[in-house]
Design a protein around this ligand. Sequence first.
Ligand SMILES: Cc1cc2nc3c(=O)[nH]c(=O)nc-3n(C[C@H](O)[C@H](O)[C@H](O)COP(=O)(O)OP(=O)(O)OC[C@H]3O[C@@H](n4cnc5c(N)ncnc54)[C@H](O)[C@@H]3O)c2cc1C
Length: 385
Amino acid sequence: MLELTEEEQLIKQFVGALAEKYGRSYWLACSREGRFTEELWAELAAGGYLGMLVPQEYGGAGLGMKEMAVLLEEMGNQGIPLLLLVVSSVMDVTLIAKHGTEEQKKRYLPALATGRERACFAITEPTAGSNSFRIETLARRDGDSYLLSGQKAFITGANEVDYIMMVTRTTPFDEAEDKREGLSLFLVDPRSAGVELTQQDTQILHPERQFTIFLDDVRVPRESLVGREGMGARYLFDALNPERISAAALGVGLGRYVLGKAVSYARERVVFDVPIGAHQGLQHPMAIAKTHLELAALMARQAATTFDKGGSAGPYSNMAKFAAAEAAIEACDLAIEVHGGAGFTGEMDIITLWPLIRMLRTAPVSREMILNYIGEHVLGLPRSY
Ligand SMILES: Cc1cc2nc3c(=O)[nH]c(=O)nc-3n(C[C@H](O)[C@H](O)[C@H](O)COP(=O)(O)OP(=O)(O)OC[C@H]3O[C@@H](n4cnc5c(N)ncnc54)[C@H](O)[C@@H]3O)c2cc1C
């Protein structure tokens, strides 16, 4: 529906071809077997899509969030979304490209762009939760290296990656003059001695799983420190808007996908001699859900455009993430309603989408933290927490 550039149309066509080749059934089979979508990932790599945000001098396409959002949205539209794409190809690439040393850019960006390597992102901790400044994972200098100790939770795809972008404290919270100081980012090999991954029992049908990560004096070389010690919080802010735009794009796509299933069913299912879609009790909510999805799509596109132009993308990115998550949840709930009892069967593949879509209200950032941002930074109201 949105006007797309020629390049964006090509991205859509590429995902359409992928969906035709692999399809939702492949994605579902990988999800059920807990198998990474290796083949799909390889195709994304071969097409140059993992390196969309990687600058051209490091082997990427040098494109922006506007194009990346088209890719993510279309993967959602086709029912084949990948969460690792958001962390590896959006967040980690952005952090390294913006703040890595020249050696790090040369070392990691071409590998991430070609799919030779991939990475996940670890900030969440069981105790700190949404209050990221309170993380306790500590990195201590020890000669030419650092020793990392602590615990992370809900880390998506940690078993499938070559590196974990690990958010740590190099100055404990209580010793920092300013809570925003003293955070540092490290690229940690999950196979390092002292790293222990444990799969979590997240009941979300999706190819990638979540893991707790225990770090027990994990030795990492100094070169693994991304950018400068203690500057991590500032760096992170550069990755948060792209993360929110990505979540919004996935939400819009998934919402469209599930609403599309509801509309098809509502056209065909006849009860009381008419298709159930003829009843306004179902038709109007579907029309409202469609409107909410397309409004969210517009907001996400505006957020991406503002981000790419170097503008202040926080307000649009947060509002887009909020709007897309809520619109997708509305669409999925409605799709269950439209399908009646059939909505609860695995065969219909509607209820299977619910945990993933519902998760978008909670992660990567919760609805409440988004509203806190809008309340404080957009409306100028007093900080509520
Ligand atoms: C499937 C999945 C994948 C994930 N992948 C990753 C990943 O790859 N990497 C990673 O680092 N993390 C990941 N996460 C973690 C995710 O980012 C967090 O779950 C999310 O940010 C919420 O944090 P929390 O779970 O600690 O909730 P809490 O912070 O404990 O919050 C619980 C509830 O309290 C509310 N709340 C807390 N503080 C406030 C406040 N000040 N005002 C109003 N309400 C408040 C929250 O909004 C929420 O509703 C993932 C989570 C899931 C479920």
